[in-house]
Design a protein around this ligand. Structure first.
Ligand SMILES: Cc1cc2nc3c(=O)[nH]c(=O)nc-3n(C[C@H](O)[C@H](O)[C@H](O)COP(=O)(O)OP(=O)(O)OC[C@H]3O[C@@H](n4cnc5c(N)ncnc54)[C@H](O)[C@@H]3O)c2cc1C
Length: 280
């Protein structure tokens, strides 16, 4: 941060977006600061501290569950609304992030703003079909989470725009879900593989499924073959085996390092089989 000249602490969104629109000052937005402490580029001229923005509300509405971008992991883990959504899977994922100190500071917006293989929320939000609301001076847009990473947004969160809200669709409330971060220890950041598994089960039939994969590449991926293998079947051992075989096909199609890949495939298959059996 050799060129840092000013820090601003806006109390409303418009002031924050105005500060970020001053391109000459090469601005950088800071939320909890747990990740960007190491990543603030030397060119940054102004820090836009987001902590005073009123963007941490979590509320269930008719159209879904709305989570403010500044909601911390701790707030998410302990939110009643989140606990009663999709079996509380977001609470379980939040609890898997590092230590209580980090969870007190780290925000969901900071977790999804930049691609990072080991961040817990991107694969889960992908599996839950979440949308994100992004705002910039003079505009805003709501787009699927994947749009943050695949070039759809055409902006850089934290540099020239802000994520203001994460929205889970109303249809995700009753999903059966599991979040598995297979790592050396419960709280380890690095994970061999992260799987977020969501299924709609009605009258003993899996109507649909979405499986998000993390830790294998910077951006999360879906496992469409495994999801298709599950749709229309009955939960149980046999369906788990079929889905696990299909998941191997999804993983084979991903461009990832072959290092320890066989082990990761085995772990992923076992986690998926266990999830499908649990749906019965
Ligand atoms: C010791 C340690 C352990 C960790 N363990 C884990 C772990 O187990 N799992 C895990 O997922 N993460 C882990 N992390 C990473 C980090 O805590 C999370 O990614 C966290 O969610 C980042 O949020 P933040 O609010 O601190 O973001 P910041 O550090 O403030 O910002 C991160 C990036 O996001 C941008 N940004 C922040 N908020 C917004 C917004 N609203 N709109 C647009 N851009 C925004 C910033 O400009 C910056 O580029 C760990 C970090 C540490 C230091």
């Amino acid at each position: 941060m050799n060129d840092l000249k000013k820090c601003v602490f806006p109390a409303d969104l418009n002031s924050a977006l105005a500060a970020l629109s001053d391109r000459k000052s090469s601005p950088f937005a800071l939320a909890g600061g747990t990740l960007s402490g190491k990543n603030i580029g030397p060119e940054t001229g102004s820090l836009v501290d987001l902590k005073r923005l009123p963007l941490s509300a979590i509320k269930a509405t008719a159209s879904g569950l709305s989570i403010g971008a500044l909601a911390t992991f701790d707030e998410i883990e302990n939110s009643k609304a989140v606990k009663s959504w999709a079996g509380g899977v977001l609470c379980a994922a939040a609890a898997k992030c590092s230590s209580q100190l980090v969870r007190n500071m780290a925000t969901i917006g900071g977790n999804i703003a930049r691609p990072n293989a080991f961040n817990v929320f991107p694969p889960l939000l992908l599996a839950l079909d979440a949308k994100v609301k992004v705002a910039w001076k003079g505009g805003s847009r709501t787009l699927p989470l994947a749009g943050l990473y695949d070039g759809t947004l055409k902006r850089t969160p934290g540099r020239d725009c802000l994520i203001t809200e994460v929205i889970l669709p109303a249809s995700s409330k009753g999903l059966k879900c599991a979040f598995e971060k297979f790592a050396r220890t419960e709280s380890s950041w690095e994970s061999y593989i992260t799987l977020a598994m969501c299924a709609e089960v009605k009258k003993g039939v899996i109507k649909s499924a979405r499986i998000g994969i993390g830790a294998l590449s910077a951006v999360p991926a879906l496992a469409p073959k495994a999801a298709a293998a599950l749709a229309g079947g009955s939960p149980g051992e046999a369906a788990g085996k079929t889905a696990a075989a299909a998941l191997a096909g999804d993983l084979a199609g991903m461009r990832i390092s072959p290092k320890s890949m066989e082990f990761k495939k085995e772990v992923a298959a076992a986690l998926l089989r266990r999830f499908v059996a649990s749906l019965a």
